[in-house]
Design a protein around this ligand. Structure first.
Ligand code: BES
Ligand code: MN
Ligand code: ZN
Length: 492
C-alpha cells in the first residue's frame, strides 16, 4: 500500500473513502463539519444508537454527492479519557478491515487528527499496514478475486510540518516491513523455512543493509563446542546452524545490545514426540528468530545510533536413528553438563549455547526471544509475552516498551528455589523439571548461562501466533517482538 501525504481540507478532498475517527463522548470540529455536510447524519446515527463511536465498531456511509469523498468510514475511538495510541492503531486496523470488506482499495484518512499525541501518525500507519497484512503465497486459486490495497492518503492540518510528517511515514513503513518479514517467516511451513532458509534470509538482510553476517555450519559448531545446539539438530536431514548478524550504528568501542532468537524450524518434540493434534503449529517455533531478523532489518533501516548483534541458533527437532535421546548427557559450550530428561525441552538447549556464545560480544544488555514453554501460554494466554531476567532496570525498560508498542509483557520471577528441581543426579543440570512453574524453570535454566551480563528472556509461545483475528493482526503469525524491541532500542 502506497502512503502519501496531503494538506488539503478533508471536506474538499475527493477520495473513494474518507476515514474519520469518532469518540463516544466528545465531538471535534472535524466530526461536526462532516455531520453538517451530511445533513446531520452522524447525529442521527448516534441518537438511534446505530453508530455511537464505541471501540471496535465502524460504519461505512455513501455521501451521495454531499461531499467530494464518495464514502465516509466512521471508526469508533471509544471514550476520550481512555484514548491512547493502541486505540488508534486498533481503529486504523478496524478501518482497513472494513474497507477490505467493501473492496475499497484506495482511501484517505484523518484518523491521526483525532489525537494530539506525538505518535498518532505512526500509530495510524502501523494499524493500517499491519491490519491489511495477508499471507497468501500458497493460494493458487481465484487469484483475480483477491483484494489488494493500493493507496492511503493521510490528510495533514494546514499548519503541520510536512517534512517531519514524511519522516514519520518512512519510519513507520520501515518498522512495518520488519514486522511483515517476521510474519512471513513464521507463516511459512517447516518444509520451506529450514535452517538454511533462515541463514539465507540473514544473508539477504545483511546484503541489503550492509551488515556483517556469519553462518556457523555444523562442523564448526562441533569444533567450537556448541554440543547442545548440535544435539537438537541431530535427528534432522537439515543441519543445525548458528547465524550471527552485526549492525554497527555507533562507534566500534561502544558495547552492543545482543538479541538472541530461538530458531527451531519445526518442533516435533524429537524422541519425546509431541501428540499429533495441533503439531502443525510447531512450524512457528522459530518465531524468536523471525523477531530478531525483523528487528535487525528495521534497526538498520532506521539507522539507529547503536551497535546491535543478532544471534540465531537454528535446528529442526525430529525423531530419527541419529536423534539425541532421553538420558543422554551433553556438554554445552560453557562446559556445564546437561542430562536430557525430555527431548521436547529443546529450546533451552539451543539457547544456552547461543547465550554463552554471545558473551564474547560483551553485551551491555542481552535479550532472548523464544517460543519456549506451553506453561507460559497457560499462565498468560495470548495477551502478553512472559518476561524474565536478572536485571530489573532492563525488565522495566522492556515493560515500558511493551506498553508503548501494544506488545505487552508480564514479568514472572526467576527465584533460585525454582532451580532445585533442575539439578540432575548424574550431570550438572537436567533440561526439564516437573510441570509446575514451567516457564520460570526454563528461564532459570537459561540464567545459568548468562553470567553477570544484564539479560532478559521473553517467552513468546503464546503471542507469536493467534487463532483469532485482531484489529491490526489477522489470524496467524503476529510478528511479535519487532515493534517492542525497536521501541526499547529507541528509548535507550
Ligand atoms: N516449542 C515448545 C513450546 C511451545 C508450546 C511453543 C506451545 C508454542 C506453543 C517447546 O519446545 C516445548 O516443547 N516445551 C515443552 C517443555 C517441557 C517438555 C519441559 C512444553 O512446554 O511442554
Ligand atoms: Mn519442544
Ligand atoms: Zn520448541
Amino acid at each position: 500500500m502506497k502512503i502519501t501525504l496531503d494538506t488539503v481540507d478533508s471536506l474538499q478532498h475527493a477520495t473513494a473513502a474518507l476515514v474519520i475517527g469518532i469518540f463516544e463522548d466528545a465531538q471535534d470540529e472535524l466530526c461536526a463539519a462532516c455531520d453538517a455536510a451530511l445533513g446531520g447524519c452522524l447525529a442521527r446515527l448516534a441518537a438511534s444508537r446505530e453508530f455511537s463511536g464505541k471501540p471496535a465498531t465502524s460504519r461505512l456511509l455513501h455521501t451521495l454527492g454531499k461531499m467530494p469523498a464518495e464514502r465516509v468510514l466512521l471508526v469508533g475511538l471509544g471514550k476520550h479519557a481512555e484514548f491512547d495510541l493502541e486505540r488508534l492503531r486498533r481503529a486504523a486496523g478496524n478501518a482497513v478491515q472494513a474497507l477490505r470488506g467493501a473492496r475499497v482499495a484506495s482511501f484517505s484518512s484523518v484518523l491521526h487528527l483525532s489525537s494530539p499525541l506525538p505518535g498518532a501518525l505512526e500509530a495510524v500507519i502501523t494499524g493500517a499496514l499491519l491490519g491489511s497484512y495477508a499471507f497468501e503465497w500458497y493460494k493458487t486459486k481465484e487469484k483475480d478475486e483477491r483484494f489488494n490495497f493500493e493507496a492511503m492518503t493521510l490528510l495533514l492540518a494546514q499548519e503541520s510540518d510536512a517534512e517531519k510528517a514524511r519522516t514519520r511515514v518512512e519510519h513507520a513503513e520501515i518498522l512495518c516491513q520488519g514486522v511483515r518479514l517476521a510474519r512471513d517467516l513464521v507463516s511459512q511451513p517447516g518444509n520451506v523455512v529450514t535452517t538454511g532458509y533462515l541463514a539465507n534470509t540473514a544473508r539477504e538482510i545483511a546484503g541489503r543493509h550492509g551488515l556483517a553476517c556469519r553462518v556457523y555450519e555444523q562442523d564448526e559448531l562441533e569444533k567450537l563446542g556448541l554440543h547442545a545446539l548440535v544435539a537438537v539438530g541431530k535427528g534432522s536431514a537439515e543441519p543445525p546452524r548458528l547465524i550471527v548478524l552485526e549492525y554497527h550504528g555507533a562507534g566500534v568501542k561502544e558495547r552492543p545490545v545482543v538479541l538472541v532468537g530461538k530458531g527451531v524450524t519445526f518442533d516435533s518434540g524429537g524422541i519425546s514426540l509431541k501428540p499429533g493434534a495441533g503439531m502443525e503449529e510447531m512450524k512457528t517455533d522459530m518465531a524468536g528468530s523471525a523477531a530478531v531478523l525483523g528487528t535487525m532489518s528495521a534497526a538498520a533501516g532506521l539507522k539507529l545510533p547503536l551497535n546491535l548483534v543478532g544471534i540465531i541458533p537454528t535446528a529442526e527437532n525430529m525423531p530419527d536413528g541419529n536423534s539425541f535421546r532421553p538420558g543422554d548427557v551433553l556438554t554445552s559450550l560453557s562446559g556445564t553438563t546437561i542430562e536430557i530428561t525430555n527431548t521436547d525441552a529443546e529450546g533451552r538447549l539451543i539457547l544456552c549455547d547461543a547465550l554463552h556464545f554471545a558473551l564474547q560480544y560483551k553485551p551491555v544488555a542481552m535479550i532472548d526471544l523464544a517460543t519456549l514453554t506451553g506453561a507460559c501460554v497457560v499462565a498468560l494466554g495470548h495477551e502478553a509475552s512472559g518476561l524474565m531476567g536478572n536485571d530489573q532496570r532492563l525488565a522495566d525498560a522492556l515493560k515500558r516498551a511493551g506498553e508503548q508498542s501494544g506488545e505487552r509483557l508480564w514479568q514472572l520471577p526467576v527465584w533460585d528455589e525454582y532451580g532445585e528441581n533442575m539439578k540432575s543426579d548424574i550431570a550438572d543440570l537436567k533440561n526439564s523439571g516437573s510441570r509446575d512453574a514451567g516457564a520460570t524453570k526454563a528461564a532459570w535454566f537459561l540464567k545459568q548461562f548468562v553470567g553477570t551480563t544484564r539479560w532478559a528472556h521473553l517467552d513468546i509461545a503464546g503471542t507469536a501466533w493467534c487463532d483469532k483475528a485482531r484489529p491490526y493482526c489477522p489470524k496467524g503469525a503476529t510478528g511479535v517482538g519487532v515493534r517492542l524491541l525497536i521501541e526499547y532500542l529507541q528509548g535507550r
